[in-house]
Design a protein. Structure first.
Length: 322
């Protein structure tokens, strides 16, 4: 194909979009200031769970599509995706989330509730080992003929001067704040702790409305991811020791086996939060920029639905589809 498409960003949204394009025959280059393993996506929990993101229409459509894609990937051990059963619980009465039917969630019985929680729902959903998953996406991109290059662009004007192609896809995450620029986008700092798995097989998430702290336990085969934090406006990517200790303490109150689990590492990422996802086309000279950023804490949950719709948009712009 003569027309080459540039995708800015190598987090889960950028890589998934690039894979969707490359596997449909588009010549794709991903340009990123950081390797996938150093992006915010690598520091995600991560589990299929629409969180900190709007608008509802896009979230509903994309999350449903992505649930199917991740479920399919769970058959591939190298993907880092596993289907895990567990519960979300609340300390105050509340309704099941609107997405509950998608995963067949049911109300918890009284003996399934952790002490201090009054309601909850049990279901099975994809839990994702993000470092492995990002490596899986990078391999798929390469196998489909796509390329990745390390480079940082300060502005879109710099992009267009260097690469005046027909289409650029902006999946820059928090980087879009300065790249576009877009002052409506702000970081929401998230920190988590990875510990050795003491035998936990089910996930847990505190879904109490208005809770001051995030509490989640996402088991993988040999490790458990414990979280977390949501700190709006913070650009600090250095792990904080006191925060890590509080995360472990809160999670150990849910499952005491975690109290003595060996800490392997702490991760910090900056969720790209915005009043609503920006998903639109912008004509700049002879180039159309397809903006796809502001997915907040829902990047993994929305990635395949958004990536496929972005690929449809790019193919239309390249006049390859009606």
């Amino acid at each position: 194909m003569a027309d080459s498409v540039l995708v800015i960003g190598a987090g889960v949204m950028g890589l998934t979009t690039a894979v969707c394009l490359a596997e449909r025959g588009v010549d794709v280059e991903v340009v990123t200031g950081r390797e996938p393993a150093a992006t915010t996506s690598a520091a995600a929990g991560a589990m299929w769970d629409p969180y900190l993101v709007r608008p509802a229409g896009l979230v509903e459509r994309w999350s449903r599509d992505t649930l199917g894609a991740l479920t399919g990937l769970s058959d591939d051990e190298d993907s880092g995706v596993r289907l895990v059963e567990g519960t979300q619980q609340s300390r105050i009465p509340c309704d099941l989330p609107v997405w509950a039917p998608l995963v067949g969630a049911r109300q918890c019985t009284s003996d399934e509730l952790v002490p201090g929680f009054v309601t909850g729902w049990r279901y099975r959903a994809p839990v994702v080992d993000m470092p492995r998953y990002l490596a899986h996406l990078a391999r798929r991109l390469r196998d489909a003929g796509g390329r990745m290059r390390r480079h940082h662009y300060d502005t879109l004007a710099d992009v267009l001067r260097e690469r005046p192609g027909p289409v650029v896809v902006n999946c820059a995450g928090t980087g879009a704040r300065s790249l576009v620029p877009d002052p409506s986008l702000e970081p929401v700092r998230g920190q988590l702790v990875v510990v050795e798995n003491p035998g936990i097989r089910e996930f847990f998430c505190d879904d109490t409305p208005g809770a001051e702290s995030l509490v989640y336990i996402y088991p993988h085969v040999d490790t458990v991811v414990l979280g977390g934090t949501a700190e709006p406006g913070s650009w600090d990517t250095d792990p904080d020791g006191d925060t890590a200790r509080r995360i472990v303490q809160r999670c150990a109150e849910i499952d005491p086996r975690l109290a003595d689990a060996r800490v392997i590492e702490c991760r910090v990422g900056l969720r790209p939060a915005r009043p609503e996802i920006r998903f639109e086309e912008e004509r700049l000279g002879t180039t159309t920029v397809v903006h796809s950023y502001g997915h907040g804490g829902g990047g993994v949950t929305l990635s395949w639905g958004c990536g496929r719709e972005t690929a449809d948009t790019v193919l239309r712009l390249l006049s390859l589809t009606p």
